[in-house]
Design a protein around this ligand. Structure first.
Ligand code: BES
Ligand code: MN
Ligand code: MN
Length: 462
């Protein structure tokens, strides 16, 4: 029988070429101008799933972007793995900072990826990672080695909050029934030290609008006598953290689960160099909540960050004006058991309460989702651990991530199954940033590792 390694070696160029074709489609979900590309990406995946051996493949309409569903059921008494991924990508801007156009993929060598990396928007998040699963299925079909049933659910609205997915899951409970959910949409520590993501943060995303006078005013005639909404907004935002960088919203930390000393000590064992971290970001110093390490701050602790802020005159030259309005987009990353809707309410109430009478405040919630933690004792985790160990030659470390995939807690709630997060990206792969890329090594290693997950999961389920 052909081994996975041999199969990958023989088909490597085609695997890369096919991914490049998918990456050329600008399936940006945030911008409706790309609706056709969204449909084209869904179509591409439908065809590829068919070619890889799915017996049923369909494009399922939703009130938003379609979900691609595929399945290969070999024996209903065997376990079923549900693979989730997303074919939509983040907008490419700021476009001028890309060294090659975001939708014209190129392979370039980098320090972290001496074997080359594919540069394109979506290369790592999540087209490259979801496509590993399609090629892993192709291998298992070609060698008749698929040991269990497999279902695919690839959506097109992850980057805008998966708004229609709850509806879709509720409509399709039976179709999506499974024993474990498998997702590659996270990262690992490094190519020499794999890790398995055991936690994700929740998210509450809001937009705030502060209104002062009913029109923009001459800043000489009125300045000093009426509230300037930008001044007020920035003061309000600054007050959301105290001198220890704790968040000041009353009740914000009430439900936060504190980790035990032992758990924190265990976390602290993961390899991490603060010097490398600072160097990679070209910063003199780090910043964050007092009493916690960098890795704790970005995974087990909740945060509040301004993602964008605007108002007033930002054109060329100077215009003397007191703006009528100021705006900001604010995200809060949450940890188990903070409830995102409750946090959104706490934020709204507090933000309105700290506004002086001289302005009006409007808070609009955008989207959100709950955090997630998965136990490492489950057979899903054990199967993933054995799979990484076999292909990397070293046992993966469990690690909680700071990112969010809100659908994961929804899966648990609706389908009652656990998710295993087998990510192959690196933090340095620049997801959501200019020059996003995905290592060729990582891509091929993923294709090699995934079939072993199926094998061990099926064996351990017996
Ligand atoms: N794949 C990411 C999430 C991620 C990346 C988790 C790396 C862990 C490690 C996902 O596509 C994403 O970007 N999620 C958004 C949230 C969503 C609701 C827009 C995020 O985390 O900002
Ligand atoms: Mn993603
Ligand atoms: Mn993303």
């Amino acid at each position: 029988m052909t081994t996975t390694k041999e199969y990958i070696q023989e088909n490597k160029d085609r695997f890369i070429q096919e991914l490049i074709e998918l990456l050329k489609i600008p399936s940006i979900s945030a911008d409706s101008a790309y609706k056709n590309d969204i449909l084209q990406a869904a179509d591409n995946i439908k065809i590829r799933l068919q070619e890889a051996g799915c017996s049923i493949v369909e494009i399922c309409e939703t009130p938003g972007n379609p979900v691609v569903y595929g399945e290969k059921i070999i024996d209903s008494t065997l376990p079923t793995v549900l693979v989730y991924g997303h074919y939509d990508v983040q907008p490419a801007d700021p476009i001028e900072l890309w060294e090659s156009p975001p939708f014209e993929p190129v392979i370039k060598k980098t320090k972290t990826h001496p074997e080359g990396a594919i540069f394109a928007r979506g290369a790592c998040d999540d087209k490259g990672q979801l496509y590993m699963h399609v090629k892993a299925l192709e291998y298992m079909t070609a060698t008749e080695s698929l040991p269990c049933n497999v279902k695919f659910m690839i959506e097109g609205e992850e980057e805008v909050g998966s708004k229609n997915l709850e509806w879709f899951i509720k409509q399709n409970q039976e179709k999506l029934a499974n024993d474990v959910i498998l997702i590659s949409d996270t990262g690992m520590i490094s190519n020499s030290q794999p890790s398995i993501t055991t936690g994700l943060r929740g998210l509450s995303y809001v937009e705030v609008e502060v209104t002062g006078p009913n029109r923009d005013l001459h800043s000489g005639l009125y300045g000093g006598a009426v509230a300037n909404p930008i001044n007020i907004l920035t003061q309000m935002i600054a007050s959301l953290h105290d001198k220890n960088n704790h968040i000041t919203i009353p009740g914000f930390y009430d439900k936060v689960v504190e980790l035990s000393k032992e758990e924190r000590a265990e976390m602290g064992k993961a390899p991490f160099s603060l010097d490398d971290y600072k160097q990679a970001l070209e910063i003199e110093d780090i910043h964050g909540e007092k009493g916690y390490t960098t890795n704790e701050r970005n995974s087990i602790r909740p945060t509040l960050d301004v993602n964008g802020i605007w108002g007033g005159y930002i054109g060329e030259g100077a215009k003397t004006v007191i703006p009528s309005k100021a705006f900001a987009k604010i995200s809060m990353r949450l940890v188990p058991n903070q409830d995102w809707e409750e946090i959104t309410e706490l934020f709204t109430k507090h933000f309105k309460s700290i506004a002086p009478k001289s302005v009006k405040v409007k808070v609009t919630p955008h989207h959100g989702g709950q955090g997630y933690v998965t136990p490492i004792e489950s057979i899903g985790y054990q199967a993933a651990s054995k799979a990484y160990e076999a292909t990397f030659g070293i046992k993966p470390i469990p690690q909680r991530s700071g990112g969010s995939i809100p659908i994961v807690s929804l899966f648990e709630q609706e389908l009652k199954s656990k998710t295993i997060l087998m990510g192959f990206g690196l933090d340095s792969d620049a997801i959501h940033s200019p020059n996003e890329h995905f290592g060729v090594f990582n891509y091929l290693k993923g294709i090699e590792t995934i079939p072993l997950f199926y094998k061990y999961f099926t064996e351990l389920s017996k």
